[in-house]
Design a protein around this ligand. Structure first.
Ligand SMILES: C[S@@+](CC[C@H](N)C(=O)[O-])C[C@H]1O[C@@H](n2cnc3c(N)ncnc32)[C@H](O)[C@@H]1O
Length: 267
């Protein structure tokens, strides 16, 4: 596991409270994760998320994952937890606009200490977000605490790939992305097993590199002016950002960064 101690929860909040978060939503859509709907459908199917079940989305952001599960898997109720007030406000209004106000609860908290009742959920859900959480052991322990015995933890995440990152590569990537820690599939496997979970699957989705290509193409071929506007037409910032994304692209194609999909059963 790589760590970057200078990035705190406040750093992450300032991303999702401002232009950087808006930029990710512009590039990825409301579902701010690699693979959008395809990834969500795959995760839900592999995890056998059942109609009528109750789930908790840890790092729910603007609530797109909650709405997906209510709409496409007919879950009965979703609780969303996020530490950024701005995105929770968006989640509240989008949930209501799509008719899901009554089936959703939103909680402003650190996902490592949600304050929610233990054993209250059939599943815990996360999509490309736990990379922003510094205390991964604390996060996994909280997910296990929230899910009833026999329930499921299902998530995708940005991970160190099998080719491994040098300390320098990891530090530059994490500083750009504002990730306080970066896990691998094995790190998550170990953390879940340490909590007594059974790993159902832990795999590379194979989507990551092609999607970084896609985001770079969008910045270079279609959304150039929109991205420049978001950085106040400051070309130094724009060029630095484009350079960091190109570095990310090279790491992705070298198998040093992946999107992982992990499903585990709670004891
Ligand atoms: C990439 S977005 C999540 C995207 C969302 N899962 C989706 O698929 O649309 C990351 C979110 O994690 C939240 N976050 C990061 N660290 C957190 C923490 N320790 N506790 C709660 N929320 C956190 C941020 O506020 C942000 O809304």
């Amino acid at each position: 596991m790589h760590h970057c101690s200078s990035i705190t929860l406040d750093t992450v909040r300032s991303v999702y409270d401002g232009a950087e978060g808006d930029l990710w939503e512009m590039l990825m859509g409301q579902q701010i994760h690699v693979g959008g709907l395809v990834s969500s459908l795959d995760l839900a199917e592999q995890a056998q998320i059942a109609a009528g079940s109750r789930g908790v989305d840890l790092c729910c952001c603007n609530g797109a994952g909650m709405r997906f599960l209510l709409r496409c898997r007919q879950v009965a109720h979703m609780t969303g937890v996020d530490a950024t007030a701005t995105v929770l406000e968006r989640a509240r209004s989008r949930n209501q606009a799509e008719g899901h106000g009554d089936q959703t609860t939103l909680v402003e908290a650190d996902v490592c200490a949600t304050g929610l009742a233990a054993d209250a959920y059939d599943f815990a859900w996360g999509e490309d977000a736990w990379c922003y959480v510094a205390d991964k052991p604390g996060l996994i322990a909280e997910a296990v605490r929230l899910v009833r015995p026999g329930g499921t933890i299902a998530f995708t995440d940005w991970l160190e790939g099998p080719a491994g990152l040098s300390d320098d590569e990891a530090a530059r990537f994490m500083a750009f992305m504002k990730f306080p820690s970066l896990a691998s599939l094995d790190d998550y496997r170990d953390l879940l097993e340490a909590q007594g979970c059974r790993i159902v699957s832990a795999a590379d989705t194979g989507r990551y590199a092609a999607h970084i290509d896609l985001y770079l193409n969008m910045v270079g071929m279609q959304l150039t002016s929109d991205v420049q506007r978001m950085v106040g037409y400051n070309m130094d910032i724009f060029n630095a950002m484009a350079g960091a994304m190109q570095d990310m692209q090279a790491l992705a194609h070298a198998g040093k960064l992946i999107q992982g999909r992990i499903i585990a059963t709670v004891p």
